[in-house]
Design a protein around this ligand. Structure first.
Ligand code: ARG
Length: 578
């Protein structure tokens, strides 16, 4: 249940009774300090202007009209006309026990939408690198959250598996195979392979021509060439899948819908746009002029859909993908995760697509940009020698560093269990460091801050979860076997309880803004409030009354389940001990 929504509904009804205009906005926020209650309604100030009355008088009228006795113990007017809302502890307790007895932690499923999510989408000509890390893990967290909220999610891994560079790669591969190498060996290191091919393309006589020939053959569907291409693609996809497995992301082969899949549609798209008068010829190319996006001199932006030589572009494919997703897949929402540098491309694509009717009116087209991952010098993240860092290497290093962090801990774990924990902490740390930052900004990649038990980190949250598990081991009770009721008396219990009820609010925001950092902040706050609660409100000490012990165990149990579920939605694994 979403408390904020519930309160909003009641205030809306109240405003109806005092004859406020129908379009009055309803600013209802969480209070910033406990003395201001749990939520605050700030609508009276704006209404005062419209109704030409004093804000405090309006606030008093709203107070008299709003029906909240069941859930609120105190309502008060403060300052110029704020209404502070203090929730009733019994009502909070009831809300929490409902959450405890629900498999879905009391989060109601929403009216299901069909959401197409385009994420990861690496270029297969090269190995996946850190640039694709953000798209993969942010997209995956959003996908998991959307599914949890009850939506039908269709993953689309829009892999870059097409284009002129494949001519050069296939020509090079064909030579390697002719000299008896198998594709797997030849392509064991895609970066090296690409570099070799590029050198030949630039320097070797005749090679560039052969490369171009391969492009033509590939595009005309030549069987032998297609088989060669398929070999290349297969090996490269396997490389990506290794990374997905290490990263614990939910993408599978069936989610791949690469650029090549739209190949057959492209000529038709261009023809349709020309027919509708949306695309015109300009210096031999087919382009769409966008006066809406004119530059300072008033020159319209130019969106090219076919090059003068006849070749199609990234943009043409995106138009075809848009149509497929909206009409064939029936998307209500299309989300695309790429770095912010592509923002203009997607803005233009949407504009052109809407003019041309390639997207249904009710489908939203949401480019979800993210900032860059930077090194400690504030520059794009690179190896010491300036090369691109391979994702697979980065993840291996994370696991090694996690082993160092966890070394020397006393525990009764065997080697296999320890290895498992080291892996979960290392990978979790990298993912969480990324997810916890506001998606749209650049961030500095820093091993020391992400692999720390202090601060807003994965190890901190994973540790908090194990803390609760150890309480239950000591108490010698199963988490689902606790009897009794939740009693909220101490302020720390209350703070924890309120936070627990707000899980759904965090999830709804992730859902709406495709912003997993909101969930990270929520979980971090939850874990911190739990630690404070645990210090102030003993659970297992002998002098704690049985009913408080039971109640606190219930709060601990719901905290653990919320942490685990929340981390799962971020794609981060938990462990029972560490
Ligand atoms: N392959 C592209 C890249 O690495 C990302 C593709 C994103 N999706 C799309 N529909 N254009 O930059």
């Amino acid at each position: 249940m979403n408390i904020q929504q519930l309160l909003l509904d009641r205030f809306k009804q109240a405003l109806g009774k005092i004859d406020a205009p129908k379009d009055t906005n309803l600013p209802l926020t969480r209070s910033t300090r406990p003395e201001f209650g749990d939520y605050q309604f700030n609508g009276a100030m704006a209404l005062a202007k419209t109704l030409k009355q004093k804000p405090r008088d309006i606030a008093e009228q709203i107070l008299a009209a709003v029906e909240l006795d069941d859930m609120v113990e105190k309502l008060e007017v403060a300052g110029p006309g704020f209404i502070n809302i203090h929730l009733r502890p019994q009502w909070l307790a009831q809300t929490l026990s409902d959450a405890l007895s629900s498999a879905h932690l009391g989060v109601d499923k929403e009216t299901p939408q069909t959401v197409v999510v385009d994420y990861s989408s690496p270029n297969l000509a090269k190995e996946m690198h850190v640039g694709h890390l953000r798209s993969t893990i942010i997209g995956d967290a959003v996908v998991r959250t959307l599914e949890f909220m009850g939506h039908k999610v269709i993953r689309q891994n829009h892999m870059g598996d097409w284009g002129t560079q494949f001519g050069m790669l296939l020509a090079h591969l064909s030579d390697k195979l002719a000299s008896d190498q198998v594709a797997e060996t030849a392509l064991s290191d895609l970066e090296d392979f690409y570099r070799e091919a590029k050198i030949r393309f630039d320097e070797e006589e005749g090679f560039a021509d052969r490369a171009r020939e391969y492009v033509v053959r590939l595009q005309s569907g030549d069987t032998q060439c297609s088989q060669l291409w398929q070999k290349f693609i297969d090996v490269s996809i396997t490389h990506s899948e290794e990374v997905y497995k290490k990263l614990n992301v939910t993408l599978s082969r069936g989610d791949i819908m690469g650029e090549s899949a739209y190949n057959k549609e492209l000529a038709g798209i261009v023809a349709e746009l020309k027919e509708k008068g949306i695309a015109v010829e300009d210096q031999g190319a087919q382009v769409v002029f966008l006066p809406e996006l004119a530059d300072k001199e008033g020159k319209p932006a130019v969106y090219i859909i076919q090059k003068s030589g006849g070749g199609y572009l990234y943009s043409t494919t995106d138009l075809a993908a848009m149509r497929y997703r909206s009409f064939d897949l029936g998307a209500d929402r299309i989300l695309i995760f790429t770095d912010a540098r592509q923002a203009l491309h997607f803005k233009q694509t949407e504009m052109v697509g809407r003019k041309a009717g390639l997207i249904r009116e009710q489908t939203t087209y949401e480019h979800c940009p993210f900032g860059m991952m930077l090194g400690s010098d504030g520059r794009p993240f690179k190896t010491r020698t300036g090369g691109t860092i391979k994702l697979a290497d980065l993840l291996d290093e994370a696991v090694q560093r996690s082993a160092t962090l966890l070394a020397g801990r006393e525990s009764d774990l065997n080697d296999q269990q320890r290895e498992e924990i080291v892996r979960k902490v290392g990978i979790g740390a990298v993912k969480y460091a990324d997810l916890s930052k506001n998606r749209t900004t650049d961030y500095i990649f820093n091993w020391d801050t992400m692999l720390s038990f202090e601060g807003n980190t994965a190890p901190y949250l994973q540790y908090a979860y194990t803390r609760v598990q150890s309480i239950f081991r000591k108490a010698e009770v199963a988490q689902d076997g606790i009897k009794g009721e939740i009693i909220i008396s101490e302020p720390q219990e209350r703070a924890l309880a309120v936070q627990l009820t707000q899980f759904v609010e965090a999830l709804q925001q992730v859902e709406k803004d495709a912003a997993p950092h909101v969930l990270c902040s929520y979980l971090f706050e939850l874990a911190s409030l739990f630690m404070t609660f645990y210090e102030a409100c003993p659970i297992l000490k002998t002098d704690v009354a049985a009913e408080h012990r039971q109640s606190r165990l219930l709060l601990a149990s719901l905290t653990a389940r919320t942490l685990k579920t929340g981390l799962e939605l971020l794609g981060i694994e938990t462990m029972e001990k560490m």
